[in-house]
Design a protein around this ligand. Structure first.
Ligand code: ADP
Length: 550
């Protein structure tokens, strides 16, 4: 971490560290009776308040101390979005240990690799993951004990898992008398590994300071816009990038929290939205696809849902339009990454946009948005030279700020910064107002005859076709042009559409030479552990594909 010069005259404000524990203390004191509602793994609905959550977090903090967990120790979780997981977010980080959330959708071998790399001391897991933990527990070299997040009567009579304890026993046997310790705000608070689509996963190690600052900034009106009058349902999982910071920003603002547990299908989500009067939610496009299909097929309408943040991969404009026009739900397009805690940009209008015709407003909202305060962005060419903000020139997107990583955990990958900036691996344009638009991930860009074709645009056009459910575009070998676009399409259930119709659908919407050379139909696209379409898997599948133009 670089040091900055000190002024001869320093400010005279209190040097209070920014600590995660202060968030749950604030939520208890000022929003103590506001609710946290969880659909449990057990299937029932659990309700309690911020005051109860704080009390049980203190009990759990005492339990961790009794287990010998010390400051800086890593404690892992494999869990859905739920109240016990939230208690751990505060008990582990608040007591100075490091909350290490692991993605249960990873392969058992990958989970063991991550737990060993992190040197986790204990591992907490939800009931659902008992067979998964049994599959890898013996390979964890540093884990002293496993804790199942359930009541006593759910504990297995027999198990291969060594030193297995019950979460509720630990809570019940510990006092709620606990003073959250004060320590340096730059201390590590939580650890999240990137999904590692290339090479081994690498850890982003957040600090108390970075997390608290990210929570402040992400709650702002032109970011997530969360307030004490909201009812928030995070669909984004707490096991990946801290559910975009919502376990912190929601208690900070006092909003009601609604956790969906493992039930992420359209019907379960819709029922919970309605029962708990959810006003705001956040998730990746693939999850919304399921919800919108269910709501559409059953002719339903949301009664309280007003706004959703969509990010993690590009939100197809057709999805935004459906939310807005059919359901009166505002979509805020957001962009970020694990290495950025994750929020970088959000797309909202400014007063000077309000007089524009609707289609121009829509064009602004379809971009990934402008940086939230705290994030600095620039685009550069391959020579590292900064490129203009004209909305047309695209280049490699670099970022910096207090919640953006300076290096990976244990310095994996060595120096990652370029002159103090973090290279995101995304290719983007930035317009004169600072609105950024991702054209592609640099590894997904199609290189055709020395020119670049961004695949996001091609996919968005295909997904605007009324008979297309999902689409992915990849580059496949072409003897003359090196690569040309192949469109891989999942049709809507029962729909019939031909390759020729889809290719024709591009007419007038895009430069002619960007049009896909061919279309192929599949039953489903491969989806990765974080809900994104796995382009590398599709490329692998079609690597021998012969284009008709080749
Ligand atoms: P991973 O672990 O796969 O890197 P992240 O969740 O950190 O997962 O993914 C970050 C990447 O996701 C970004 O670099 C970008 O390529 C993509 N991404 C995130 N949000 C958007 C968005 N709104 N539009 C397009 N791409 C996005």
């Amino acid at each position: 971490m670089s040091e900055f010069p000190k002024s001869p005259l320093m400010g005279q404000m209190m040097n209070q560290p920014l600590l995660i524990s202060s968030i749950i203390k604030h939520a208890d004191r000022y929003y103590g009776s506001n609710e946290i509602v969880s659909r449990r793994v057990e299937g029932d609905i659990h309700r309690y308040t911020y005051r109860d959550c704080h009390k049980r977090s203190r009990q759990m903090a005492n339990a961790l101390a009794s287990l010998g967990v010390k400051m800086g120790d890593r404690v892992a979780t494999l869990a859905w979005n739920g109240y016990r997981h939230l208690e751990l977010y505060y008990a582990i980080s608040g007591s100075g240990a490091v909350m290490h959330t692991i993605n249960p959708r990873l392969h058992p071998e990958q989970i063991a690799y991550i737990a060993n790399h992190a040197e986790d001391q204990y591992l907490f897991f939800d009931l659902t993951f008992l067979p998964l933990v049994e599959a890898f527990a013996a390979h964890c070299k540093t884990v002293k004990g496993f804790i199942m997040m359930c009541d006593r009567d759910r504990m297995p009579a027999e198990t291969k898992i060594p030193n297995l304890q019950c979460y509720e026993d630990l809570v019940a046997s510990n006092s709620d008398q606990y003073e959250w310790p004060l320590f340096d705000e730059n201390s590590a608070s939580s650890l999240c590994y990137t999904s590692g689509t290339t090479g081994n996963p690498k850890g982003a190690l957040y600090s108390h300071r970075s997390t608290v600052l990210h929570s402040y900034a992400s709650a702002m009106p032109d970011a997530l816009n969360v307030s004490a009058r909201d009812s928030v349902l995070p669909v984004v999982p707490m096991f990946h990038v801290n559910a975009w910071g919502l376990p912190y920003s929601v208690p900070l603002t006092g909003a009601k929290m609604v956790f969906p547990g493992p039930a992420l299908d359209g019907k379960s989500l819709f029922d919970l939205f309605e029962q708990e009067k959810v006003t705001f939610s956040a998730g990746v496009p693939t999850v919304w696809l399921g919800l919108l299909t269910y709501v559409g097929q059953n002719n339903l309408q949301f009664s309280s849902f007003k706004r959703t943040v969509i990010g993690g991969s590009a939100c197809p404009p057709a999805m935004m339009k459906t939310f807005r026009e059919k359901y009166n739900v505002e979509v805020v397009h957001a962009w970020g990454m694990t290495e950025m805690s994750p929020l970088g940009t959000t797309g909202t209008l400014q007063s000077h946009h309000l007089g524009l015709p609707p289609e121009q407003q829509t064009a602004v909202l379809e971009k990934q948005g402008h940086a939230i305060f705290g994030v600095d962005m620039k685009i550069v060419g391959d020579d590292g030279k900064e490129l203009p903000w004209d909305g047309k020139t695209y280049g490699n997107l670099l970022v910096r700020g207090p919640w953006i990583i300076s290096s990976y955990f244990k310095n994996e990958g060595g120096d990652v910064l370029e002159d103090g900036w973090f290279p995101t691996g995304d290719v983007a344009t930035i317009d004169p107002d600072g609105y950024m638009q991702i054209t592609d991930r640099s590894k997904d860009v199609i290189k055709s005859g020395g020119e670049w074709i961004g695949t996001i645009d091609l996919e968005n056009i295909a997904m605007a076709h009324p008979l297309v459910q999902q689409a992915a575009c990849i580059g496949v070998f072409h003897p003359k042009w090196d690569e040309r676009p192949l469109l891989v399409v999942v049709k809507k259930p029962g729909a019939e559409v031909t390759k020729e119709e889809l290719i024709q659908f591009y007419d007038g919407k895009i430069a002619k030479w960007w049009t896909p050379d061919d279309v192929t139909f599949v039953d489903a696209l491969p989806i990765g552990a974080t809900g994104k379409v796995l382009k590398n898997r599709i490329r692998e599948q079609f690597k021998e594909y012969k284009l008709p133009t080749a």
